[in-house]
Design a protein around this ligand. Structure first.
Ligand SMILES: *Cc1c(COP(=O)(O)O)cnc(C)c1O
Length: 426
């Protein structure tokens, strides 16, 4: 596989941009080597600057659920752009977009659009603090919610209730106000809420874990969080930045039938443009300025190009049979990959949800960050490089989801399975 142009560009980029990338997940740090540079994508395919064609299972980390450059989305964005890309004043498109989100997501009566998932979670935390008058938040080990200071905290083992910053530069007061529980472990949440009675504003959780690889909630986990938070007067925040509009039009909350107090959206909601959103009941959202005392703003928030792309995306996703089709494709891919591995004696488990999956190289179930970390990441690295060499682009980390789009055809998946067979780690 020729990579001369990508190699040239990364060497230029490294002098100009930290590590040559504008988001660290794009670097190939955990698998080794330098990233490919891409120039074009359409449907399930993506082309690098050296004209290699790959089947794409990154899909921009989720937003491209309809595949790349979907005509309805591109037309809507171009039409909107011709009329002006931002006014810094209200538009009809924002109303139309808000109505779609409110109709789709049952816990949301009122929604505020922002420009990224990070902004959505950061604002949701501020809202929870404003509403409850409490300072602490509880998150889960292995839960990623964007790069807001209070959320860049994970648990070192044995330090689960102390808050260890996992980024340099996070103010220690933020880290100290963040409690960390274990995913799929309601008892770990109960213990922390009891030890911090009356101090916790919110529990924030990915209702389907997507940032330790895919980890689905065990039966009773989300229900347990709902009961415990209600009992303790704590707001429950579902970070549906990945799961929103992916596992169902109504997100994981509709798939699992558990209703959070505040919902965060991102990725798909912008149809490939920078959009995030947070929403809740009208009562909770009345805290938000200009109605209430919690300030949150954005120059480009709700801009017409992004709103138009989001509307077009949601309209496509609202057509009948979309999620059944996406689930069937995910199952075909996941079952097929498992089958190839079994026949070759490669130990692997696959966690999946609609349009999402992760292959872990292990014989054990993966249900939380500890079990995800205990998998064979060298095998993943070898598999990743084999797949890229064979024309399949995967997320360059064990702890990420593969994203399946509605544009992936059965033929794409069959081709992918052939390539999996050629890319097995030895
Ligand atoms: C990607 C992601 C975020 C952050 O969104 P950005 O748009 O990258 O800021 C937050 N939460 C979850 C669950 C995510 O996957």
């Amino acid at each position: 596989m020729l990579r001369a142009k990508s190699a040239q560009l990364i060497s230029e980029a490294k002098a100009l941009i930290p590590g040559g990338v504008n988001s660290p997940a794009r670097a190939w740090g955990s698998v080794g080597g330098d990233p490919l540079f891409f120039k074009r994508a359409s449907g399930s395919r993506i082309w690098d600057v050296d004209d290699n064609e790959l089947i794409d299972y990154v899909c921009s980390w989720g937003p491209m659920i309809l595949g790349h450059a979907h005509p309805a989305v591109i037309d809507a964005a171009i039409d909107a752009a011709r009329l002006g890309t931002s006014f810094g004043a209200p538009t009809e498109l924002e109303v139309e977009m808000a109505r779609r989100v409110v109709d789709a997501v049952s816990s949301i009566e009122v929604v505020r659009f922002v420009n990224s998932g990070t902004e959505a979670t950061m604002s949701a935390l501020r809202l929870a603090r404003a509403k409850t008058g409490r300072d602490k938040i509880l998150k889960f080990n292995g839960g990623y919610h964007g790069h807001e200071d209070a959320l860049l905290v994970e648990a070192g083992s044995g330090l689960a209730n102390q808050g260890i910053a996992s980024s340099a530069g996070v103010h220690p007061d933020y880290a100290a106000a963040t409690l960390v529980a274990d995913y799929n472990n309601v008892d770990s949440v109960r213990a922390l809420l009891e030890a911090n009675k009356g101090e916790v504003a919110a529990v924030i959780v990915e209702p389907i874990g997507g940032n330790m690889g895919v980890v689905t909630p065990v039966a009773g986990f989300l229900e347990g969080l709902r009961d415990l938070t209600t009992e303790h007067g704590v707001l429950l925040i579902f970070d549906e930045v990945i799961s929103g509009f992916r596992v169902a039009l109504g997100g994981a909350q509709s798939a699992y039938g558990v209703t959070p107090d505040i919902t965060c959206l991102g990725k798909i909601v912008g149809g490939g443009f920078p959009v995030g959103a947070y929403g809740a009941s009208a009562e909770i959202m009345s805290e938000v300025a200009p109605l209430g005392p919690m300030y949150q703003a954005g120059t480009l928030s709700g801009n017409p190009v992004a709103m138009a792309a989001g509307i077009a995306t949601i309209d496509e996703l609202s057509k009948s049979g979309v999620y059944e089709g996406l689930q069937a494709k995910t199952d075909k891919l996941a079952d097929g990959v498992l089958d190839v591995f079994r026949k070759s004696g490669v130990p692997a488990v696959i966690n999946r949800a609609c349009g999402l999956m992760t292959v872990f190289f292990t014989n054990n179930e993966v249900t939380d960050m500890d079990s995800a970390s205990a998998t064979d990441r060298e095998a993943f690295g070898a598999f990743f490089h084999g797949m890229v060499d064979n024309g399949v682009y995967l997320p360059p980390s064990q702890f990420e989801a593969w994203f399946v789009s509605t544009a992936h055809t059965d033929a794409d998946i069959d081709l992918t399975l052939d390539r999996v067979a050629k890319s097995l780690p030895s």
